[in-house]
Design a protein. Sequence first.
Length: 532
Amino acid sequence: MPPPRLMMIGLDGFELGIAEPLLAAGRLPALRRLRERGAAMLLDHGPARRTGLAWEHVSSGLAPDDARRWAAVHFDPATYEATQRPVATRPFAAGLGRRTVVFDPPYFDLDRAGEVRGLVNWGAHDPGVAQSARPLGLIAEIESRFGPYPAKEWIYGFVWPSAERTRSMSDALVRAVEARTDIASWLFAERFPDWELGYMVVGEYHSAIEALWHGVDPDHPLHGMPSADPARRGVERVYEAADRLLGRLIARFPDARFAIFNLHGMGANNADVAAMALLPELLHRHAFGTPCLRPPVWDSTPDGVPLIAGAGSWESEIGRALPRAMRSPGRLRRRLAGLFGHARAVPEAISLDWMPAARYGRFWPDMPAFALPAFYDGQIRINLQGREARGLIAPDAYDMVCAEIETLLRQCRDPLTGRPVIASIERNRRPARDRAPSEADLLVLWEGAPLGLVHPRIGRIGPLPYRRTGGHTGGDGVAWFAGPGIRPGDYGTKSAFDVVPTVIGLLGDRGGTLSGTSFQRQIEAEPDLALA
């Protein structure tokens, strides 16, 4: 007898610490049922979480070292151009021999999985692929039945300065989860009912956490803003709506096994300002002795945290602090940058000129070290002779320059707290000459969330306003496996890369070359232990 079919549901941006009080209050009944009657475990994503490619790790089943991709940012040493690249790996479901249907999984390239049906880039947070569907008419069919994605403008919402915009974003995200629920139920039960493997991802957790974290974190410097209370309510409503989605699908498919998971948790954002603006300015001043970034005078909290008034964006506010020649990246390139994440198409190379770090690119050929655009921790590239087209640093001076930059960073202090801004600096141990286009030479992990820095020689930079209030700083991820033949219990902590091999094992297959190890045999039991 073949094993039951299986549905994977990714909870993109889910944070267990937010769910816990809601579970205790009985506000997440589907998750509480999974916890009580499924196989539960924490997931350790390890250093791979810093890549920002969690859903590529799921869709490919590969860790960064195996996929040879350590970031979505691609640096060309011949042109000194940094761009954002879409997915470059083959989905694990390709060639699996199972009837597979997908709905909105990020970084799942349908073109590389010709037998898979479904839709990608409907409302995903950081989709990593162009919108496409199989069959081709599915996009129009879904829009005709359910309308367009209801929260398109809020996928990367910037709302903390405004309580009204915060409420609007929250309402739209809840509507988006409800639409996702209706589409998923129709897609898997009516449109493609013969699936053996279903794979969908709920992206609204991610959009909510990054924009609304200050509402659920009483220690966040912006928790006293008028937007904080509607932000908290918005996050909780998204969690409740997503729980209804889970409950509806579990009830709709009682014959199926479920794998419900997120690879790592979420927390306060500690990297946007530091990696996107402070670090490139610091290295520019270190190289040339002159500033580019001259912040205007913003209103601030009593603790000195700068505030943005009205409907201004973070990018426009930081743009005002840069020289006029660095303010406008060009309408076409800026439009392409804005398309990534909620567009009909993702170009092969997406401009990052919206990010302050990319505006410094004109100086990189003349700098010994420079900060690459980064969405998470700081990424520093050494301008190495024989690797970069206009390299300044001789190979025998590489270690010395790395040490010099590390010292520079460790001498910096946060002007608001007086504390060091550096938690740790990791030096890439792979051969420098063989560095991949997505690799940096130095990885900078920030202490706290520095909005500014002071260096004894270079002086003061910032403070600057927050961009996203939430980020990828939480603890372990979490997974629940449930359904016919799954043994309930707490299974401790597993590698995040074990999820895909386990899914494949539960389908009765071995799969191809994958980075993790299946724990299928640990959680399988007799069918009478099913989730009823």
